[in-house]
Design a binder for this molecule. Structure first.
Ligand code: AQP
Length: 344
């Protein structure tokens, strides 16, 4: 019998994505625009794993009951934003012990000098001078473990996290140079618009959920009136001209509002500015407030529905942890073998 001499090609593996948010506060418009919003499109093209990064959160003191509550709220918010648990792996970081295990190994392949250069460490140790703990210092190593465990090809993050992606690549390259091709070298994926949303009160600083001044950030859980009020009292300048000048720090407040408006209306900051030519800051701020509220409204309606269903959320994070373990354990075993541990 003649056999056909055709090669059967294995289907190409879809590229993999890993990302996450810390439940260290209520999620801001910055986290949404710079990260979560973009995951929704990416889930169609990539194999995605998104986690609630609770282990990272404890690098800064948290109230335990609050952290637990916010972790589940974050899961509900992911889903409300359009992340589909049928398409993506959704899990709680601490449910997969491989993260801590790989982080330990990678700690031994990371230099103190590299970690000392990290901007986030410098910023956070200045803000939490009474608690400069070792976890805060080695945060980027845990983040490298998060990414490398899943052999992620891409990591969608905001601009503030790009330095951590760079160190992750350095650690992975160093490990691969010693032991062969163990890790996929990941690329950071930045959004075109809104990769860094700034504080409404100090527009040269990024919007942060742990900002002690709540007027500086818009929480995705804020009352709609509060959102409008915060936008209307955003710091701008006295020039009175609505123009997008990203290089000009004196326009940081207006640039930021233009970026937010652009994302919420699927436009770009220059076009938005053209539309408001000759108008005052008051009218512009009202329009931004309306766009933000209308963008958040459907997410909040979904969120309110999902957060009530605790059994559904539990099913998702349990199932997610199982799937996450399956992928991560393969990488961890390989790493353990390479460094010389006795693997059963
Ligand atoms: N202001 C921002 N603009 C755009 N993207 C942002 N991200 C954070 N802030 C902005 C992106 O959101 C994702 C999740 O961030 P995270 O919670 O893991 O940590 P973070 O970057 O430290 O965020 P915060 O809000 O500033 O948290 P705290 O106050 O706890 O430190 C990341 O992709 C991040 O880039």
């Amino acid at each position: 019998m003649e056999t056909e001499n055709k090669e059967i090609q294995a289907p190409e593996r879809r590229k993999r994505i890993f990302s996450g948010v810390q439940p260290s506060g209520t999620i801001t418009l910055g986290n949404y625009i710079g990260a979560i919003r973009n995951w929704v499109n990416l889930q169609e093209e990539y194999d995605c794993a998104f986690a609630m990064m609770d282990m990272h959160s404890i690098t800064v003191r948290q109230t335990p009951a609050e952290l637990r509550k916010r972790t589940l709220e974050l899961l509900a918010l992911y889903i409300a934003c359009g992340i589909d648990p049928e398409k993506c792996i959704l899990f709680i970081q601490s449910h997969n012990s491989a993260h801590a295990e790989l982080a330990w190994v990678l700690n031994c392949y990371t230099y103190m000098g590299e970690l000392q250069r990290m901007t986030q460490f410098k910023d956070k140790s200045a803000r939490h001078a009474d608690n400069i703990n070792a976890g805060l210092f080695t945060y980027p190593v845990l983040m490298a473990a998060d990414i490398l465990l899943y052999q992620a090809d891409c990591v969608p993050v905001g601009k503030d996290q790009m330095q951590h992606i760079e160190i992750c690549r350095d650690i992975a390259n160093r490990f691969n140079a010693l032991y062969g091709n163990v890790f996929t070298i990941p690329e950071g994926l930045l959004v075109k618009s809104g990769a860094k949303i700034m504080s409404l009160q100090e527009p040269t600083k990024k919007m942060s959920k742990s900002d002690p001044n709540p007027k500086g950030f818009i929480s995705m859980m804020d009352d709609f009136n509060v959102i409008a009020k915060k936008i209307k009292s955003a710091v701008t300048d006295s020039e009175g001209i609505i123009e997008y000048r990203p290089e000009d720090d004196s326009k940081a407040g207006i640039n930021n509002l233009l970026s937010i408006m652009a994302v919420m209306t699927d436009s770009n900051p220059e076009k938005v500015a053209e539309g408001f030519e000759g108008q005052g800051y008051g009218a512009f701020k009202s329009a931004v407030a309306e766009a933000v509220v209308e963008g958040i409204r459907p997410i909040r309606e979904e969120y309110d529905r999902i957060i009530k269903d605790k059994a559904y959320l539990q099913d998702i994070y349990r199932n997610g942890a199982e799937q996450a373990h399956r992928i991560a354990d393969r990488t961890l075993k390989k790493v353990y073998k390479k460094v010389g541990f006795v693997v059963e």
